[in-house]
Design a protein around this ligand. Structure first.
Ligand code: GLP
Length: 265
């Protein structure tokens, strides 16, 4: 796990956007498969990617995108649906084809069948090249709440009270927040070739400390990322405030910057 402690959300957005840019450019015409997340944490990175698209010609035309999750009961165009969120905050503002942005159908008649089909769709697409994640204050990623199986697949999940409270800011009233979601599982997320997780603010400090330094456990679902070989974590000082090894992470990043490893010939 590579941990970057940055001054603020804008600095973090650049680190995340660099990973996206490298993935998209590296895939060339065959196109990258991008794993997108909702929530406020990735929004500065999306804004930076939109800027690079407009000002620097970064093109997403060949890319496809898959969302992590969707509320059960909200149809695609619903104001609070995650599909709408990602369109409004990212995909409609770059040149990715709308039909190439895929999310679970929250309004499906059979949400469990839809979840299983979504998991297969991800596989059929060849898997995700780069997955961006936020983290819930209780350590959830996507909607894998504490207690989720570490090998879970895309499925219907019930949301905890704390998640409903956290997410009620997007709704008129907490009672409007759907109580279930279709979410990629922890095992599904781990199949992404590369993962970047971003978090800011003191409210995420405990979850970030567990993610990076806690014991791997269903109690803090994000700890499963310790078992993935290519995870980058980008956090501001407040979200990093409970990391015991913060000095080591800072030292490691400075070492890479100031004394990069070059092959000896
Ligand atoms: C929701 C989403 C998660 C997201 C989390 C944190 O629960 N399902 O994918 O990481 O919120 O959101 P925020 O970034 O707004 O704190």
């Amino acid at each position: 796990m590579e941990i970057h402690i940055v001054d603020d959300a804008d600095a973090g957005a650049k680190v995340v956007a660099d990973l996206f840019e490298r993935t998209v450019r590296g895939a060339g015409e065959s196109g990258a498969v991008l794993g997108l997340a909702t929530g406020s944490s990735p929004v500065p990175a999306y804004a930076e990617l939109i800027r690079r698209h407009r000002e620097e010609g970064l093109s997403f035309a060949a890319s496809r995108a898959f969302l992590l999750d969707e509320y059960v009961g909200l149809p695609v165009g619903h104001e609070q649906s995650y599909h709408r969120f990602i369109r409004d905050n990212f995909t409609a503002q770059v040149d990715i084809d709308d039909s190439a942005v895929v999310s679970p159908d929250g309004a499906a008649d059979d949400p469990a069948a839809e979840a299983a089909a979504y998991d297969l769709r991800l596989r059929d697409a060849g898997g995700v090249d780069l997955q961006i994640l936020g983290i819930g204050s209780n350590g959830h990623i996507a909607f894998n709440e504490p207690g989720s199986s570490l090998v879970s697949r895309t499925r219907v999940v019930g949301l905890t009270r704390s998640t409903i409270e956290d997410n009620s800011r997007y709704f008129d009233a907490p009672s409007d927040v759907p109580v279930r979601a279709i979410s990629q599982g922890l095992g599904t997320i781990l199949e992404a070739r590369r993962i970047v997780l971003t978090a800011t603010g003191e409210g995420k400090a405990e979850a970030v400390a567990q993610l990076a330094e806690g014991a791997v456990s269903a109690r803090w679902p994000a700890t499963v990322l310790q078992a993935h070989p290519d995870v980058t974590v980008v956090v501001d000082e407040a979200a990093a405030s409970k990391l015991e090894l913060a000095d080591y992470y800072r030292y490691s990043r400075a070492l890479e910057r100031e004394n990069p490893l070059t092959p000896q010939g």
